[in-house]
Ligand binder design. Structure first.
Ligand code: NDP
Length: 264
């Protein structure tokens, strides 16, 4: 019998996860089927999982913290960021993982060596990426539009700036984690500051997917190697698939099976 998987979120209609995972199930010959499920109440996450008879789920906005709460066993990094994006049922227990930041790191490493990175933005994505990249030896600096959200980063020992105190320095990668450009044409920092920043980096990366953001367009004008959020989406999906299928395949085989979804 096919194992059933889903993505939980609100909204969830835009999610590309069913496409990615079903393609990989099909191409690898795994008896799995993946759907999407609108979850309005995060406190009902575990009940919904069990009622639907699922083997595993991915969790997207706004339920990653609820998924952390619902898990019986939580892997180290997910526990550190208190956010779970992958749950798998094993021997009656829900195991929780976070594959977002490790997926991002896998994508980043494909660009080349990254020792020093600037993260623009100070939201949930920036938190997870900063902690994970630091754990991999990447020196992180954070710049944000306003001071409020930087307090957490300062308490974690990251070098932080608002636009006012920021001075561009040489970096290997500049990573946009803001939502600037998601639904408008705005840049994540004032243009002169951004242009100076991009002129001193090797690579530019955005976590937004589905469009070329103004940030990536600026990076493109300078000819910088770059990628958008679809690579992070793909890589987090590969790692989640690996948990779903109990490490049956190599990550390379999963990537080969899943990657074509990018052009579907
Ligand atoms: P949050 O709401 O937690 O944080 C948003 C951040 O963006 C804040 O630092 C905020 O600054 C900043 N910001 C918002 N608008 C602007 C603007 N116009 N100019 C400058 N800064 C701005 O967001 P998340 O961290 O949850 O998500 C961020 C992005 O990451 C989203 O676009 C989301 O789609 C994407 N994402 C992609 C994933 C993928 O798999 N590819 C996975 C997860 C997220 P301030 O503090 O001043 O308000």
């Amino acid at each position: 019998m096919r194992e059933l998987f889903a993505v939980f979120g609100n909204p969830v209609h835009h999610s590309k996860s069913p496409l990615m995972h079903n393609l990989a199930f099909q191409r690898l010959g795994y008896e799995g089927c993946y759907t999407r499920w609108l979850l309005t109440d995060g406190s009902r996450l575990k009940k919904s999982f069990l009622d639907l008879g699922l083997r595993g789920v991915n969790i997207t906005v706004p339920h990653k913290e609820a998924a952390f709460e619902a898990a019986d066993v939580v892997e180290d990094f997910a526990a550190e960021v208190r956010a779970v994006n992958t749950l798998v049922l094993k021997n009656g227990k829900l195991y929780g993982y976070n594959t977002d930041a490790p997926g991002f790191y896998r994508a980043l490493m494909k660009l080349g060596e990254v020792r020093r990175a600037l993260i623009i933005g100070a939201g949930g994505t920036a938190r997870a990426l900063s902690l994970y990249l630091r754990s991999k030896g990447v020196e992180i600096e954070v710049v944000n539009r306003s001071a409020g959200r930087l307090e957490w980063f300062e308490s974690e020992g990251f070098v932080c700036h608002t636009w006012e105190s920021f001075k561009a320095e040489a970096k290997d990668a500049v990573i946009n984690t803001t939502s600037a450009g998601l639904e408008d044409e705005s840049l994540p920092m004032p243009k002169t500051l951004l242009d100076e920043t991009l002129s001193k980096t090797k690579y530019a990366v955005d976590v937004i997917y589905g469009k070329e953001t103004p940030f990536l367009k600026e990076a493109g004008k300078l000819g910088l190697p770059r990628f958008d959020g679809s690579q992070m989406l793909l890589q987090q999906g590969i790692l989640a698939f690996d948990y779903f299928t109990g490490h049956r395949y190599t990550l390379e085989a999963i990537e080969e099976a899943m990657r074509p979804f990018l052009s579907l």
